[in-house]
Design a protein. Sequence first.
Lengths: 525, 336
Amino acid sequence: MRRFAQLMELLALTPSRNRKIEAMAQYFRETPDPDRGIALAILTGALTFKNVKPAILRDVVLAEVDPHLFALSYDYVGDLGETIALIWQHHGGTEPLPSLSDLVELFNMTSKAELPRLIGSLLTRASINERWALVKFATGALRIGVNARLAKTALAEMSGIGLQEIEEVWNGISAPYPELFDWLEGRAERPDIDHTARFHPLMLSNPIDEEKDFATLDPAEWVAEWKWDGIRVQIIAARGKVSMFSRTGDDIAAAFPDIVDNVFGDGVLDGELLVGADFEPLPFNDLQQRLNRKQASMKHLQTLPAFLRVYDLMFQGGTDIRSLPWRERRQRLEAWFAAHPQTRLDLSPIVPFENWEQLAEIRRRGAAEHGHEGVMLKLRSSPYVPGRPKGLWYKWKRDPNVVDAILMYAQRGHGKRSSFYSDYTFGVWKGNEIVPIGKAYFGFTDEELRQLDKWVRNNTVASFGPVREVSKELVFEVAFDSAQQSGRHKSGIALRFPRINRIRWDKPAAEAATLEDMQVFLSAT
Amino acid sequence: MPTPFLDRDLRVTPIDAYIDPPVPRARAIITHGHSDHARSGHGAVLATPDTIAIMKVRYGEDCAGRFQPLAFDTPLQVDDVTITLKPAGHILGSAQVLMEHRGQRIVVTGDYKRLRDRTAQPFELAECDLLVTEATFGLPVFQHPRPLDEVARLLRSVATFPDRAHVIGCYALGKAQRMIALLRDAGYDAPIYLHGAMIRLCELYQERGIDLGLLRHSLDASKGELAGQIVVAPPSAIKDRWSRRLPDPVLAVASGWMSVKQRARQSGVELPLVISDHADWNELNATIRESGAGKVWVTHGREDALVYQCRKLGLEAEPLKIQAFEEGEEQEGLDE
């Protein structure tokens, strides 16, 4: 645990990406199995403990610390794990902590009733830095500026094997990854992972640069599709078994039985997960009700049936066809649909166009009349390249809607931003009062954040815990993708994907938008 | 207890003298030389000889109309108030002010710490009826670790990165000298390099008998010479162009705020050293308890939690908002 805590501290505090990679690579080189595999699983988020939840740790601490003092401390520190590590009053620290693999064993074997005692004794045995790492290890909420990809990059760095190759096998193996390390260190062949058992990294698009890109692109070489407003998923169907992964490789099949029980034919499909009856997509808000759930409720299966709008075929049956050009894959995809009639899958249609001006008009009308998010452009001759290759796929998003709204409340952020008032609630006029229409916490630069933070502190009129109410003077130009009716807000409106487009230091609040102004956005979507 | 003879601006009412006044006053009692306590322009200043020397170095010989030095633990009768300066352990010369008047005892701690520190006269507890305490680290998450362990971490890092300079950001008065003394006590005897802003105050400490070993001006060394060396600088200089002359510097900051790693990250600190010249939560509470005070005024920092804690223990407690200090409220992060 000591070595792992040192690694965690270094990762948290080193701003340099290369030094983080080097530190992880060194740790993986020096640490024996199975502990390094456990560390890898923690760093990639692949290992979590069913019973060890932040709430349990909080309860262990609250059994000893006054709740009000804990709340004040948490508000100041801004990170639950770190608050717990710092506030713990017992410092034993003589007996070393168990190894990572022993900890895994302890967390998995200990009953829920015994868990608080175990956690208490571990916190006491730990040194301050270990305590911090231990809490992060137990809860999985690392917040140290490392993601799975960076950890895998360290594996590539330690072994000289390409990152792409490591990602190819990643979803077929599990902690503590002995066969992975054997392969990376040259003692064994690459783990033989059946294609049906693993996630295949997706091909992603780049935003188009309207000013530059269109001048060089020949419309005849490109094909357009609508950009669907759902989530990207991968379906793997083989020999009667169907799995479904999110774009980050999380297995989400259990939450969508209506899809995985209704895939006919074998292959690996790439498409957009949407909800709605008869292939009529409902707004993203409706889909969201079905996301982040382990299982679908009966009610949701009926009111929000899911379907998949398919746009690519990666494997036809058991054959990898990713190296074929798009037009060839598309033909095979259409043939696949013809051979296997589907009830929950349909094809993402091609949007015909002659030239860029015409496509621009199609895109504009699609947004105005159907609420489409934009269009996707795909090069007809392009193979399916995992990652975000340049010049093969583009997304061309609709122009955002903007509204001038007034800052009403500000709240401190968390983590890196815990000393800044960085979460802003803003509103528009309703007669003589201002009603909130949304909340945003990005869209500004670090320098602007400093200015906003200062402005909030100097213009506070009231404080409610971590929230400050400010004088209603500062106008934000807020960009958003769409607006919807909402019973949850006093204004009756909810914005999708709101962000601060510009800070209008110059604009008087009296000239900000009114609730009536917002109605046009509702009818457009 | 009877009405205190100290008001909420820290004015000692029977003798019309202010403690650490933020604006010029005819009579001022100064606890220590940090700029949020010692200002220039007072009529008469009562302080320890070390504090007076520090004020003269920082603000000039004429920064007050008149200076009256008062040694520690030497009662001074002013009308019917007896004033005694007790060591506060914060920095060289730092004092708590103990005042007695008609059987009532009041202590204003100024800034203080109770950990041993050879660059400051060690803290002495004074019993009292009203305690005016600082609360810079007045939250239970602040439990300062042992300074020697922190120095050991620094020395480990120096050994690990022989090609990089280690630049320690710390307050020029007090923290810098303590940091250097801790390094010496840990056996580090190579020259320590100073940013220009540190030099005069380090000299003053050495003139007053505190051995800091061999010190050099960082400008006298080439970039190459600074590899593997320790440089001490004010935090503001670190993000400034000055630091470009250091070879691939490891940014260390010595401060009690550094215990919160997310904060350290946010300010780009690679090696946070949790070394503080203020009492931590446990020391604050111990001092309140041991002082025997029935009434506590809390100032300079996170008053809420400490006031809450005192009231829970049945003490009369209230936050004292001293206006001119408010500007420092959120300047946490680097200096103290």
